[in-house]
Design a protein around this ligand. Structure first.
Ligand SMILES: [Ca+2]
Length: 525
């Protein structure tokens, strides 16, 4: 046994150093190597103190200039670390715990009523703060941090006033917090919230340096699973600010757990108007679960300069094909050709390339998959001149069908066929409109929850003859259990006028409820 110099010693303090193999049961502040040491009412350490396997402090405990805790370290009502204080594998603070200049927490650290870190404080795997927990000049929390009134934190920080329910939280990757939340990748918080990749709840919300907050509100009263949600993001601004790659390849959609990457697809649109580097980029994301009548928050994250695009139409939708690999996928499409009918996936789209013939040449593509329930089918479309064209969501026998139809000379009508009885009207009655202008269309066929169909088309202002926007709901009801497939048709005959490129692109089918979830995005200011 040897004695070390006292510092900060109270008058009644007795200093004892427990050497290796020795057990001391009273008034221990600094113990070197003993297997078990228990402090008395008041204990103050020397310049070097090394705890034994178990160290239990007295009422006030003050560490020396260097203090290393044992495997298990339980503080008293007051516990003050020295210049350098390293906790053991388990460290439970007393009513007041103050770290030294450098303080490294153990695997599990539970603070007392008041816990103040030193100049450098590194939390353990699971630090649990007390009523008040203040990090030092540099403070890195553990993987999980449940904190006191003030908590500066680790990867996940749930805590007191500023972590969870507390006042201030600066932090880790995820922080759920109190009145003020500053910080990590995700922070859900109190009145003001500044900071990380995601911030929810504050009066001022988000620092979008690495992500934007996407709040999804379900109001149909149904818990939605694998539901496709449209997130509209101003990527032009983010790219201009240097926060996102110019090709949007770094965009990731993260579920509300803060870590699960979700399938997404960035729509391109006609002439790229809905795509990357636009003020209203349309990103579709498949959300695994959206609880009924509630709001959940996911993240649109970005900013990784080495990221490559994960945009994928097939994994995001029930059914989807962007035709970008220039090889028609027989697991997704079956083709029906007559005469000299020709259908090719080329130029990153599905092209109808039948020549003008007698008899007429037909080319059709039909989805292998069929769809039941309430769904929306959407695509880009180009009629391509003096040909017959139609696009349908149809039963196998065509007796129950929702359809767009174009005559060879250009008249456009739409219809719903119920048990082979057709209800139709003209969208554009001018029989020469389509051959005169030949624009690109956005087409939509929706099988509504009540069994009716709504058809919609849009021609943007940038296209010949645009803008045109039309939406029509037909009254005939086709049961939701009826399996329907997407089918597109092109028919060419010898006597027609010159042909143009005829194609479909970005064909996809998604789920639908009414009303659809609303989505709001927290943009950077
Ligand atoms: Ca394409």
């Amino acid at each position: 046994m040897r004695l070390l110099p006292l510092f900060g010693c109270s008058s009644a303090t007795l200093l004892v150093i427990a050497c290796s193999g020795t057990t001391i049961t009273q008034n221990i502040v600094l113990s070197s190597g003993g297997s078990t040491s228990s402090g008395g009412a008041s204990v103050i350490g020397g310049s070097n103190a090394i705890g034994g396997a178990t160290h239990t402090g007295g009422s006030p405990t003050a560490g020396g200039s260097s203090s290393t805790g044992g495997m298990s370290n339980t503080g008293s009502s007051t516990n003050t670390g020295g210049t350098s204080s390293n906790r053991g594998s388990t460290s439970i603070g007393g009513a007041i715990t103050m770290g030294g200049t450098s303080s490294t927490g153990g695997i599990t650290t539970s603070g007392g009523t008041t816990s103040t870190g030193g100049t450098n404080a590194t939390g353990g795997t699971t630090p649990n703060g007390g009523v008040t927990s203040t990090g030092g000049a540099i403070s890195t929390g553990g993987a999980i941090s449940t904190g006191g009134a003030i908590s500066t934190g680790g990867a996940i920080s749930t805590g007191g006033a500023i972590s969870t329910g507390g006042a201030i939280s600066t932090g880790g990757a995820i922080s759920t917090g109190g009145a003020i939340s500053t910080g990590g990748a995700i922070s859900t918080g109190g009145a003001p919230s500044t900071g990380g990749a995601i911030s929810t709840g504050g009066t001022s919300s988000i620092d979008c340096s690495a992500a934007s907050l996407v709040k999804i509100t379900e109001s149909s009263g149904t818990t939605l699973t694998d539901y496709q949600v449209l997130v509209q993001l101003d990527t032009a601004s983010l790219i201009a600010q240097g926060k996102m790659k110019p090709d949007c390849a770094d965009v990731r959609l993260i579920d509300s757990d803060g870590s699960t990457e979700l399938s997404y697809w960035i729509e391109t649109g006609i002439a790229g108007e809905r795509g990357c580097n636009q003020t209203n980029t349309r990103i579709w994301v498949k959300v695994p679960t959206i609880p009924a009548s509630s709001t959940k928050t996911i993240t649109a994250a970005y900013g990784n300069p080495s990221a490559s695009s994960q945009s994928n139409i097939a994994s995001t939708f029930i059914f989807g094909d962007d035709f970008n690999d220039n090889s028609l996928d027989p697991t997704r499409w079956e083709t029906i050709l007559t005469s000299q009918g020709k259908l090719d996936e080329m130029n990153q789209r599905l092209e109808h390339n039948s020549p003008q013939t007698t008899p007429q040449s037909d080319s059709e593509a039909q989805s292998v998959m069929s769809f039941t329930g309430s769904v929306v089918a959407e695509m880009l479309f180009k009629k391509g001149g003096y040909v017959y064209r139609w696009v349908r969501l149809r039963s196998q026998d065509d007796a129950n069908t929702a359809t767009f139809g174009w005559q060879d000379y250009g008249e456009l009508s739409w219809a719903v066929i119920l048990n082979s009885v057709t209800t139709s009207e003209d969208v554009i009655a001018d029989p020469y409109w389509s051959t005169s202008y030949d624009p690109q269309y956005y087409l939509m066929i929706r099988h509504n929850p009540d069994g009716t169909f709504t058809l919609g088309l849009d021609v943007p202002a940038t296209q010949p003859g645009g803008p045109i926007s039309a939406l029509k709901t037909f009254t005939p009801q086709i049961p939701l259990a009826t399996p329907l497939k997407i089918r597109t048709y092109d028919g060419v005959w010898a006597g027609g006028l010159p042909l143009h490129a005829r194609w479909e692109d970005d064909v996809r089918v998604r789920k639908y409820v009414s009303p659809e979830p609303t989505v709001t995005v927290g943009y950077c200011s």
